[in-house]
Design a protein around this ligand. Structure first.
Ligand SMILES: [Zn+2]
Length: 188
């Protein structure tokens, strides 16, 4: 089975609550663009795909070449794409020590694991910054590229942190398709 929690690059709208009315249309457009190709078996209502023929023109790999053949079950670092629209905002982060920052003063706040727990348990919906004392929600924290939030997630699995980036032309194209700005971050 494909590992949905492998190291990955996540593309998501800048508006973390954004979702599409027609996800199937979006996927067929990404297929037309040769970003993705054949569908793969995948768990948890995710839609998973082989990378398409133009994938390497849309995502730039900075290290060694990716293993693009996801049907080869032997490889741990296979590259494949998953897409899902979630009912609620999702959070993911990389194992690099994430510089979670206050959305107001931008200072790092090492208490974020507690905020995450509060958010997951819905026990507390707002937090107070120890630096500027202003209140914020966990889902408003700033992570640079080491974490983020979203409901519509395009995940490119098998990508080690910071070793691949979406080309600006591809981000622009996603914006054209969805009429909203996109961002990206890394998780594992
Ligand atoms: Zn602050």
């Amino acid at each position: 089975m494909l590992n949905l929690n492998s190291a990955r690059l996540i593309l998501t709208p800048l508006d973390n609550n954004y979702i599409l009315n027609d996800i199937e249309l979006f996927i067929s457009q990404l297929n037309d663009e040769k970003f993705l190709a054949d569908k793969l078996d995948c768990a948890d209502d995710y839609m998973c795909f082989e990378t398409g023929d133009d994938f390497l023109h849309q995502i730039t790999f900075l290290g060694c070449s990716p293993t693009l053949y996801a049907t080869d079950d032997a490889g741990e670092n296979k590259t494949f794409i998953s897409i899902k629209q979630h009912n609620e905002i999702q959070f993911a982060n990389s194992s690099a020590i994430p510089p979670a920052r206050c959305p107001h003063c931008q200072k790092t706040d090492k208490n974020w694991p507690q905020y995450l727990q509060n958010w997951q348990q819905a026990s507390q919906t707002s937090e107070n910054c120890p630096h500027c004392q202003q209140t914020f929600q966990f889902t408003e924290m700033k992570w640079k590229k080491n974490g983020g939030y979203g409901r519509l997630l395009i995940q490119i699995h098998g990508v080690q942190e910071q070793l691949a980036v979406p080309n600006q032309s591809f981000l622009d194209h996603l914006q054209t398709l969805t009429n909203t700005h996109w961002e990206y971050f890394f998780a594992e």
